[in-house]
Design a protein around this ligand. Structure first.
Ligand code: KG4
Ligand code: ZN
Length: 349
């Protein structure tokens, strides 16, 4: 397969609350990208309900996969391989996708590739920046992860720093809930913050043992205390200012540690800095990272907004490089809900 000049992969992502399928060519070119969001189903409960997510994936999988093929103008016979997210994520949600793709792979006689969801997020950058090649640094910030990694090569990652408690997206979602904003909180707090004063409330700078590790739980507690104090005083909550102050504090923590690392160690041959994961859609994070990279004079890579959050195309991109390395899954492929960056990418630098 390595010798073919055009490899097309049909990829499915079902790790959380998006049923998403895409067809990607050579890991770089999106032929179709269909995302069916379950937000409406979970909004009522203020968060993702795993059982509802699994059922909704089951109902949507076939339709979304068919649509991805249709929009790419291809039939199943025209794709060279299939790919699916194997973890991390909700076990039932992952299993639905894994089983769906195993069934199609078996029936069509096509190779199947299992993909790490986080590696998918990193790979979203390959879809948006044709010139991007490893090595580069990547800040992976999603609902479940906050990692600073060195992407040494395709599929080769070194951990530089990680959160010691909450993930950045989780912190945004919790703060949004304290402000009474509906699920999913991250994008809502981001939008609200655009009209607020980020200096209105001072929130602490977290301290961590590891020089490049992150912490958000102290920030979250300080934020909750500030809100409760205002409520006890019977004052109307200045929600935009609170959102802006919290967003600034989270982004300061994220970019501050990355900048510290870059200043102390230099970029060691890395070609630039990338953002990945749902939180990389955050406007303030994009602005602050841009300013940092300008200051340090290193190139910045960010996925286009629709590719920051969960989608099938990023899985198709990551799968291409796995396929090129011959990493083909058997029909015993299983969901790995706790699959972590650190398990696969053991080395800490
Ligand atoms: O990567 P993702 O779609 O799913 C996971 O793999 O977790 O990330 C979802 C997370 C949620 O916590 C969501 O609130 C957050 O990303 N998020 C944002 C923004 N857009 C999504 N957080 C802050 N600002 C945003 N604009
Ligand atoms: Zn994700």
């Amino acid at each position: 397969m390595k010798n073919r000049d055009r490899i097309r992969i049909l990829a499915l992502e079902t790790s959380c609350d998006e049923t998403a399928a895409a067809v990607v060519e050579n890991g770089r070119r999106i032929l179709s990208n269909v995302v069916f969001s379950q937000i409406d189903l979970h909004e009522l409960y203020g968060g993702v309900v795993p059982e509802i997510a699994s059922r909704a994936h089951m109902e949507a999988c076939d339709r979304v996969v068919d649509q991805a093929l249709q929009e790419a103008g291809l039939g199943l016979k025209d794709v060279d391989a299939l790919a699916v997210t194997m973890g991390p994520g909700l076990v039932g949600a992952l299993l639905t996708g894994v089983n769906c793709m195993k069934g199609i792979a078996f029936a069509a006689g096509k190779p199947l590739v299992g993909v790490n969801h986080i590696e998918g997020h990193v790979s979203a950058n390959y879809l948006c920046h044709p010139e991007l090649e490893p090595p580069f640094l990547c800040l992976v910030v999603s609902g479940g992860h906050s990692h600073l990694v060195e992407v040494a090569d395709y599929g080769e990652y070194r951990l530089i720093g990680q959160t010691v408690d909450d993930a950045a997206g989780e912190a945004f979602d919790k703060a949004a809930r304290v402000l009474g904003l509906p699920y999913p909180g991250g994008p809502r707090i981001d939008a609200l913050a655009e009209d607020g004063n980020p200096e209105a409330f001072s929130l602490p700078s977290p301290h961590t043992e590891g020089r490049y590790d992150y912490s958000f739980s102290g920030l979250k507690t300080a934020f909750m205390n500030t809100v409760h104090m205002l409520e006890q005083r019977g004052e109307a909550l200045p929600k935009a200012d609170l959102a802006a102050s919290f967003r600034r504090a989270v982004c300061r923590e994220l970019t501050g540690k990355a900048e510290r690392m870059l200043k102390e160690r230099g970029h060691a041959g890395c070609r630039g800095m990338a953002l990945a994961g749902g939180v990389s859609a955050n406007r303030e994070l994009r602005r602050m990272t841009r300013e940092m990279c300008d200051r340090l004079q290193i190139p910045l890579y960010m996925p286009d907004l629709p590719l920051c959050t969960d989608n099938g195309a990023m899985i198709g991109s990551a799968a291409y490089y796995r396929l090129m390395r011959g990493e083909i899954a058997g029909l015993d492929l299983n969901a790995q809900p706790a699959l972590r960056l650190i398990q696969e990418f053991q080395e800490r630098v």
